[in-house]
Write a protein that binds this ligand. Structure first.
Ligand code: NAD
Length: 481
């Protein structure tokens, strides 16, 4: 079995605890790697290394152009190692190999994009209403950035943080999810190979309470960039606030995917199915509430069942598979519990609603694509994040009704609108309380445009030109002339 080590100060070291835990393949149920169980002492070492690296000439004196060149080299190394990174991630979390390979290619693009931005961050000369003084504003890195990330897209979601943070000149300590640590450790090897100086990039694996919390509360950490559930996000936000640390929080969602009666229904049904059953529903942006205009409700539900029931569920290593296993046992159980909650709440299960086991389902961490109708927006199944292949269909009357239902949630990550009316597309996009709105498509993302949440879906944005500012602070300099 492969045994990993922690990555601190460009060195591979054993955890102070002397303990490792196993990473298990969701499909085969077999433990395939041993991951170091980091703790307080490792956090201390890594944060010190990251802090020292900030002042070390090897990093401090690099020009922004030189930082960009390092990131470009890293992007090339990622491109040359797509297979290793994708296979590692697939073993850890059971993602479809086709999906994870695409995500790793995207990782390289994120590095290229922020490599290009590194030397395009410009300050300003500011006119002051006074003679004899000169004022300019420059942007400086924040310092040590702690990144804490989840298991559903481990590399991709961490690179959303790494690329802008390093481009801006910060140093980092990263804690990946305890379920999916391996791909980040593989990436660390490439970071070293690319030539990043010691201490700039550190990875401590382990659990939230043992590594995550000490990292967030460490006095030398300047910013916490977190992706995960809203419960952990709230706790992290509270701890960070005690020391006035900056945060980026990318949290959960309960996104509404809204189908109007003037939509291209063939297109909409494919978007609705991909929106919830892609990645077996284990995405923050899953279109888990499907709002369907009342006049087409029954017809559209029949179309949905037809398409979803043909989805190929099974071994994620096979290219033709469309829905893979659930990544962790805990998540598997949580999804099954929510299916019962929906039934108990009065929703009608019209597809799936059970686990899948037997031939073709490995060790059986599979949930059948599940559709509930007769859902009202006040039910728990419509309000709480399931993070699995479970769709709640809710009828609506008109635009106002759709907006009322869509916005009646504590989350605000994303929304979808299916219509052929341009006016309706603008009208709905303006009024939906969500950080991303997709019209006649669903789940598109790009490194060039911001992603993030309204309300309890988070704070701050990742992606696009402005995201680099999440890792910079402004300094106003006054000089008497
Ligand atoms: P999680 O909140 O349980 O864990 C996320 C990370 O936080 C893990 O590394 C975990 O070890 C760590 N952690 C947990 N408690 C902590 C604490 N008290 N202090 C510090 N660190 C702590 O989330 P998860 O189950 O790994 O991921 C699923 C969640 O992530 C879902 O809610 C999903 O919506 C969200 N998510 C959001 C986005 C987005 O961009 N908005 C993207 C993907 C996933």
């Amino acid at each position: 079995m492969k045994r990993y080590q922690l990555f601190i100060n460009n060195e591979w070291i054993n955890p102070a605890s002397g303990a490792w835990f196993e990473s298990t393949e969701p499909y085969s149920g077999e433990a395939w790697a041993e991951v170091p169980r980091g703790g307080l002492a490792d956090v201390e070492l890594a944060v010190r290394a990251a802090h020292d690296a900030l002042e070390a000439p090897a990093w401090r004196d690099l020009t922004a152009t030189q930082r960009g060149a390092l990131l470009r080299k890293l992007a090339d190394l990622v491109s040359q190692n797509i297979n290793v990174l994708a296979e590692t991630e697939q073993r850890d979390n059971g993602k479809l190999i086709a999906e994870v390979s695409g995500q790793v290619q995207n990782v390289a693009q994120w590095f290229h994009y922020y490599a290009g931005l590194a030397d395009k961050v410009q300050g300003a000369v500011v006119p002051i209403n006074k003679t004899g003084v000169f004022n300019y504003v420059k942007h400086e890195p924040l310092g040590v950035v702690a990144a804490i990330t989840p298991w559903n897209s481990p590399l991709a979601l961490t690179v959303w943080k790494i690329a802008p943070a390093l481009a801006a000149g910060n140093t980092m300590v990263i804690k990946p999810s305890e379920y999916t640590s391996s791909s980040l450790l593989e990436l660390a090897a490439l970071v070293k190979l690319a030539g990043f100086p010691p201490g700039v990039f550190n990875v401590i694996t382990g659990f939230g309470a043992e590594v995550g919390e000490p990292l967030v509360s460490h006095p030398l950490v300047a910013k916490v960039a977190f992706t995960g559930g809203d419960a952990a996000g709230q706790k992290i936000n509270e701890i960070a606030a005690r020391d006035f640390k900056k945060v980026t929080l990318e949290l959960g969602g309960k996104s509404a995917n809204i189908v109007f009666d003037d939509a291209d229904l063939d297109q909409a049904v494919m978007g609705a199915v991909a929106g919830i059953f892609g990645a077996a529903g284990q995405t923050c942006m899953a279109g888990s509430r499907l709002l369907v205009q009342r006049g087409i409700h029954d017809r559209f539900v029949a179309m949905l069942i037809d398409v979803a029931s043909k989805a190929i569920v099974g071994d994620p290593a096979k290219m033709k598979t469309q829905v893979g296993p659930i990544a962790t046992k805990a998540q598997f159980q949580k999804i099954l519990d929510y299916i019962e909650i929906a039934k108990d709440g009065g929703a009608k299960c019209v597809l799936g609603g059970h686990a899948l086991a037997g031939e073709g389902y490995g060790q059986g961490q599979f949930v059948a694509p599940t559709i509930f109708t007769g859902v009202t927006n006040d039910m728990r199944i419509a309000q709480e994040e399931v993070f699995g292949p479970v769709l709640s269909v809710i009828p609506f009357d008109d635009e106002a009704d759709a907006l009322r239902i869509a916005n009646d949630t504590e989350f605000g990550l994303a929304a979808g609108v299916w219509t052929q009316s341009l006016h309706r597309a603008f009208h709905m996009s303006d009024r939906l309380k969500a950080g991303t709105v997709w019209v006649n498509n669903y789940r598109a993302t790009s490194f060039t445009t911001p992603f993030g949440g309204y309300k309890r879906s988070g704070i701050g944005r990742e992606g696009g030109v402005d995201a680099i500012k999440e890792y910079l602070q402004s300094k106003s300099v006054w000089i008497t002339t």
